[in-house]
Design a protein around this ligand. Structure first.
Ligand code: B12
Ligand SMILES: *[C@@H]1O[C@H](CO)[C@@H](O)[C@H](O)[C@H]1NC(C)=O
Ligand SMILES: *[C@@H]1O[C@H](CO)[C@@H](O)[C@H](O)[C@H]1NC(C)=O
Ligand SMILES: *[C@@H]1O[C@H](CO)[C@@H](O)[C@H](O)[C@H]1NC(C)=O
Ligand SMILES: *[C@@H]1O[C@H](CO)[C@@H](O)[C@H](O)[C@H]1NC(C)=O
Ligand SMILES: *[C@@H]1O[C@H](CO)[C@@H](O)[C@H](O)[C@H]1NC(C)=O
Ligand SMILES: *[C@@H]1O[C@H](CO)[C@@H](O)[C@H](O)[C@H]1NC(C)=O
Ligand SMILES: *[C@@H]1O[C@H](CO)[C@@H](O)[C@H](O)[C@H]1NC(C)=O
Length: 427
């Protein structure tokens, strides 16, 4: 009786005690390293990287072991400056990224100067938790950032409560979804955070079992977003999903994920210019070199050596302006409770933003809008004077043919006859 009850448990324990070396990591082979050059060029020539974008770049470059002192100094300066300028304004996830970037691949004795940043992160994480307590479970920011917080606190000896992690990171939590759609980026970041937490748990108690269960369930959700071509979620979540799958390979079967296929598709997308934005390049690069954010506090894993990226920096391939003298026409709709529609004519090669600008010229009342610059480019904050509101979880969603687009207004290239829409939505 006792035995039959215990045997499966022992099996379960053995299963979860299998060392992390089991990780199946597929990475771009040495012969194919040159295919990463477009990413590196984009990152290295982004001279005007600011704040969070700079932090993402520095983190990625350190992880893949690129030694370019000048660049590192430049990005380092950007990160430090932005911390000095607006430390108290930084969101929790911004601060977490800054810490990850500054401390990545550094011996812990060099990092004494950053100690106060970690304690500030502890406070900001608590503020997120408090906000969830009084605002219907909504954090100040989002779960992508809360995951970055836990990951960073866990990696750099910050204090956080496992009980709170267990309470707030249940896979069913609504914050893993935007408008009913599972956010692969968010789930992947949570898997990285929970994996760090799992590794830090000393005894084999209930905590370990629960965290294991969360990881398993999130991994399942991530894998269920795998597309026929191997992308996971979309082009821009695939890098982070790969990182999550690298560190969680004992939670799924080999035949559930063909890493090589994912890699091949990403390489194809690189050659087609899909990662021509520094932050997009920075988010995909570590995974392609077999690295994850869990490696940042492991100096020997970061240190460059044979087999590491041998970089050849070229001048960036000029992106020939595709704007031509051919004109195309698209339908443009603003959807609130009412529908506002117009037909817009723009030069071939125009982006979503150009269409919105043209529409605004046609009818200022119906189509006026505002945007702010962010690490991913222009972000639409208001249309017709109606402003997004974090407390109500409202935002302006971008769609084409009724489907959400995977790029912002500054990057999404429009096609002749397309039905574009900005929709007042909730997440
Ligand atoms: C949370 C989130 C959102 C939230 C932001 C509000 C909130 N509550 O935080 C919501 C749901 C509103 C959102 C909306 C959109 N998002 Co979003 N979002 C994210 C996510 C998961 C985390 C961002 C974050 O907090 N990063 C950490 C902090 C520290 O960095 P940050 O730069 O300060 O973060 C801010 C910006 O990223 C900004 N933001 C969020 N999404 C987008 C998208 C664009 C195009 C821009 C310019 C800015 C922006 O909001 C963040 C919080 O202030 C990322 C995933 C990722 N891999 O980065 C996707 C991500 C950035 N979003 C993406 C997209 C496509 C969108 C939408 C265009 C989707 C759509 N079809 O409508 C819209 C933006 C439309 C607009 N108004 O311009 C893509 C961008 C890909 C690309 N190549 O441009 C990402 C990478 C997800 C993905 N894999 O598709 N998003
Ligand atoms: C965290 O603390 C442990 C033990 O207290 C120490 O061995 C480890 O080096 C520390 N890690 C960092 C990144 O400071
Ligand atoms: C290099 O990439 C190509 C195309 O993705 C692939 O077919 C080939 O096997 C790769 N080479 C190696 C050595 O992995
Ligand atoms: C650090 O990285 C090295 C090289 O990748 C690896 O062998 C080692 O197991 C890692 N150590 C930890 C604690 O993860
Ligand atoms: C890096 O590239 C240079 C020139 O392309 C070559 O001479 C050198 O041997 C390469 N180093 C490694 C470690 O592959
Ligand atoms: C849309 O209509 C609903 C129900 O009539 C109303 O409560 C809401 O305020 C309207 N929203 C906007 C943005 O006009
Ligand atoms: C602009 O749009 C508003 C709202 O649909 C409409 O009432 C107005 O007549 C339009 N103005 C012009 C000049 O078309
Ligand atoms: C665009 O709008 C026009 C009406 O002005 C409509 O006839 C056409 O079918 C729409 N285009 C598409 C692709 O739906």
């Amino acid at each position: 009786m006792r035995q039959s009850h215990q045997l499966p448990l022992v099996g379960l324990l053995l299963f979860f005690l299998i060392p992390s070396q089991l990780c199946t990591i597929c990475e771009v082979s040495k012969e194919n390293h040159s295919r990463l050059n477009p990413l590196l060029n984009t990152m290295i020539h982004s001279k005007y990287a600011r704040g969070i974008q700079a932090a993402n770049l520095l983190l990625a470059l350190k992880l893949v072991g690129i030694q370019d002192q000048n660049l590192e100094q430049q990005v380092f300066q950007e990160v430090s400056d932005s911390v000095e300028k607006k430390r108290s304004d930084l969101t929790s996830g911004e601060l977490a990224l800054v810490i990850l970037a500054l401390r990545a691949c550094q011996n812990s004795d060099e990092s004494v100067t950053y100690f106060h940043l970690v304690s500030q992160l502890e406070e900001k994480f608590q503020e997120e938790i408090e906000n969830m307590g009084v605002h219907d479970g909504n954090p100040l920011t989002n779960y992508y950032q809360l995951s970055l917080d836990v990951l960073t606190l866990c990696l750099f000896n910050g204090s956080y409560s496992i009980t709170e992690v267990k309470k707030y990171f249940t896979p069913e939590n609504k914050n893993f979804y935007f408008g009913g759609q599972f956010s692969v980026d968010t789930g992947a970041m949570a898997v990285l955070a929970l994996t760090c937490v799992k590794r830090s748990i000393q005894n084999n108690g209930e905590d370990l079992q629960d965290i294991n269960h969360y990881i398993e369930s999130l991994v399942k959700k991530i894998l269920s977003e795998k597309k026929g071509n191997g992308l996971i979620g979309n082009t821009y979540s695939t890098g982070e999903a790969m990182q999550a799958l690298f560190v969680s390979s004992n939670y799924y079967n080999k035949n559930e994920w063909n890493c090589q296929q994912t890699l091949d598709t990403v390489l194809k997308e690189i050659s087609q210019g899909a990662f021509h934005m520094p932050i997009a390049a920075a988010q995909i690069l570590p995974a392609l070199m077999g690295k994850t954010y869990l490696d940042v506090n492991n100096v020997s894993s970061c240190a460059s050596g044979p087999g590491h990226l041998n970089i050849s920096i070229h001048e960036p391939i000029p992106v020939e302006p595709t704007i031509s003298s051919t004109w195309i026409s698209v339908n443009y709709t603003v959807q609130i409770n009412e529908t506002f529609f117009t037909k817009v004519t723009v030069p071939k090669g125009s982006v979503f933003l150009n269409v919105m600008e043209e529409a605004q010229k046609i009818n200022q009342t119906a189509f006026c809008f505002k945007y702010v610059e962010s690490s991913w480019g222009p972000y639409i904050i208001s249309v017709q004077g109606l402003e997004e509101n974090h407390k109500d979880r409202t935002y302006w969603q971008l769609l084409s043919g009724g489907e959400p687009v995977t790029q912002g207004v500054g990057r999404y290239v429009v096609h002749n006859g397309e039905n574009l829409e900005v929709r007042w939505s909730k997440y």
